[in-house]
Design a protein. Structure first.
Lengths: 208, 413
């Protein structure tokens, strides 16, 4: 070592030992800092109150007509609930060629909604109304051939922020900035005319 | 000359200077700090950025006295400030217009550095500190924008936070952690308030201090990009330098006067600047069930927003947005030209700088327009121009036929 003898005080110093102790001290301090940071990082997680307020939401379906849509809030997210006619459901398959993910293979939904109509019941669509691009609220354009969207528009949703388009099952069309279909929340039907959003395990599974 | 001989002076001045180096500090930092004598109008914006920071801190402290953070109180308290506090409307407009003025000044300050190669050696760190200030400023502006809890505040928070959801694997969990709830909510608003009012201003002040220390270390660049320290007179002082005080302090005061005049015109006559500085949708309370249409960020973010929207893929769009910001950091190493100032560069660099300027301004305009048809095409073309300026720089800055740089700065008294 060239600098070992530079200072008289350093004579006889075991520099390997010194280096080891320095590194060990620094490493211990780093672990301590990580532990100390934990409560502060964890404080940003969901509070118990936020979790409690995220409980399932019950919706009465008895007054929902075909072609009608209602919006409810579950876990701070708007949920679109709308009833489709048999004709609309039957026509969904015609969109497949122009969709990014027609089979919902890349998209986020419960197993029971991984189908053409993306729903548990054929007629009733339940979708999280948060554009999968960056989270705006897609607007309802149910009328086929909508003035804004052109004569070949089959009906669905369009996001006002960045122009993503979705069909009547919340599946995203080609050419949209969004890459995946609208999410489907977990839900179930405790009775024929009640929808429970946020819980897919409730007793009767209304096979309507 | 002893650096602190003021301590031997009689009376209070001597007493003070023995305990605190007041006189020597000001002498070294102002009277004996030599700045190039050929500064032009572009050199006003550094001191104006400092002024804008101080104004924002001052008006912000007063707004915090009346603002009540919370998803049920924020919107009402801002309206309360605007309508019922004496001169509350003025303090609030000074702060909101001040944010835009800050960005105007900072963008011009950055552009000056790009024109005259001020980021090049030996000022790379100075440039990096400046870029970190720019990042902190963007975070500060975004969070401040959320605080009034208007509908545009809410949806801006929703969209910007959702950018993080495009990060693979950790994205969705990270977004929930940032928001502290399943959606943008009271928890989000509260933490943004804390960051906007305490954490980021502290970081900004620290970065500004480092920026200034780094500036003093290497000295200011100038429109000719010539190092004045390399040509010294027999007294050891730079031949092309003049003492910062009184020459540039007085010059900066003139700049401050002009700036405040224009600033006052905006504050008093067009405080919302036709929706550019304050958007109409933000005069409605936050509504999670209604996205304002059209939705556009504040003007100072629109170039990046236009790039984001120009890409028909969510992850790639977010990645290009991030790159568009971060590429500025690499300028000192992308630029291989032997000269600093655009005055002595050739047409390659000048051409690309023009492409960048036009692209940036076009993107800024397009970010305010809907993302349809020709606007998207124009945004894509401009984005290519924007990225070409940075990514091709190692090539064209080397091909460039530069002019010989004179030994002394050009100066016309």
């Amino acid at each position: 070592m060239t600098d070992a003898g530079a200072k008289a005080d350093d004579a006889g110093v075991d520099s390997d030992r010194r280096k080891f102790l320095t590194i060990a001290t620094a490493a211990t301090a780093a672990v301590g800092a990580a532990f100390a940071a934990t409560p502060f990082v964890a404080s940003w997680q969901l509070s118990e109150r936020a979790k409690a307020l995220g409980a399932p939401v019950s919706v009465d379906l008895s007054k929902l007509e075909i072609g009608q849509m209602i919006t409810v809030v579950w876990r701070k997210q708007p949920i679109y609930i709308f009833k489709r006619s048999h004709a609309v459901v039957a026509e969904l398959v015609r969109n497949d060629a122009s969709l990014k993910d027609p089979k919902s293979a890349e998209s986020d939904q419960p197993a029971y909604a991984t189908n053409e109509q993306r729903s548990r019941r054929d007629d009733l669509a339940v979708l999280i109304a948060t554009c999968t691009h960056l989270g705006c609220l897609p607007k309802q354009h149910f009328e086929p051939g909508d003035v804004e969207l052109g004569a070949d528009w089959p009906g669905g949703f369009r996001c006002p922020c960045h122009g993503s388009r979705f069909d009547m099952a919340g599946r995203v069309f080609n050419g949209s900035p969004a890459s995946v279909n609208l999410k489907v929340p977990p839900y179930s039907f405790p009775t024929d005319s009640t929808l429970l959003i946020g819980d897919d395990e409730s007793a009767a599974q209304g096979a309507a | 000359m002893a650096s602190n001989d003021a301590q031997f002076k009689p009376g209070f001045w001597g007493w003070l200077n023995k305990r605190l180096p007041v006189e020597s500090f000001f002498r070294e930092q102002l009277l004996e700090y030599y700045a190039p004598k050929n500064f032009n109008v572009w050199y006003f914006f550094g001191s104006l950025a400092l002024l804008a920071l101080v104004m924002q801190l001052f008006t912000g402290i007063f707004l915090t006295m009346f603002y009540k953070v919370g998803d049920t109180t924020s919107f009402d308290s801002v309206e309360f400030i605007r309508r019922e506090i004496s001169y509350g409307w003025l303090i609030q407009y000074l702060h909101s217009v001040g944010a835009s003025a800050f960005f105007v000044v900072v963008y011009l300050h950055m552009y000056r550095a790009m024109m005259y190669g001020s980021y090049k050696s030996p000022r790379e760190l100075l440039w990096l500190f400046g870029m970190f200030i720019y990042l902190a400023l963007m975070a500060e502006a975004f969070m401040g924008y959320v605080l009034p809890w208007g509908n545009m505040s809410y949806w801006a928070a929703q969209v910007i936070i959702n950018l993080f959801s495009t990060i693979p694997v950790i994205g969705p969990g990270l977004v929930e952690w940032i928001r502290g709830d399943y959606g943008v909510a009271d928890a989000t608003l509260n933490r943004f308030f804390s960051l906007h009012v305490v954490a980021i201003p502290l970081i900004l002040l620290l970065l500004v201090a480092l920026h200034l220390v780094a500036l003093r270390q290497s000295g200011s660049n100038n429109p000719d990009g010539i190092e004045i320290k390399e040509r010294r007179g027999s007294d050891g002082k730079p031949l092309d330098g003049i003492p910062f005080h009184p020459y540039y302090t007085v010059k900066d005061v003139v700049g401050v006067g002009v700036f405040l005049l224009l600033f006052a015109v905006v504050v008093f006559f067009v405080p919302t600047f036709g929706g550019l500085f304050m958007e109409e949708a933000n005069f409605e309370p936050a509504n999670p069930l209604s996205t304002p249409e059209p939705i556009a960020p504040s003007w100072y973010f629109t170039p990046y927003y236009a790039i984001l929207r120009a890409v028909p893929n969510q992850r790639l769009g977010a990645l290009l947005l991030l790159m568009a910001v971060l590429l500025f950091f690499f300028l000192p190493w992308l630029d291989r030209s032997p000269v600093k100032s655009v005055r002595y560069r050739g047409w390659w660099y000048r051409g690309f700088l023009a492409v960048f300027t036009v692209s940036f301004l076009t993107l800024m305009y397009l970010g305010l327009k809907p993302a349809t048809g020709a606007y998207v095409t124009a945004a894509r073309v401009s984005a290519i121009g924007y990225f070409a300026f940075f990514l091709l720089m190692p090539l064209y800055s080397r091909w460039d036929r530069v002019k010989p740089v004179p030994e002394r700065v050009s100066f016309h008294a």
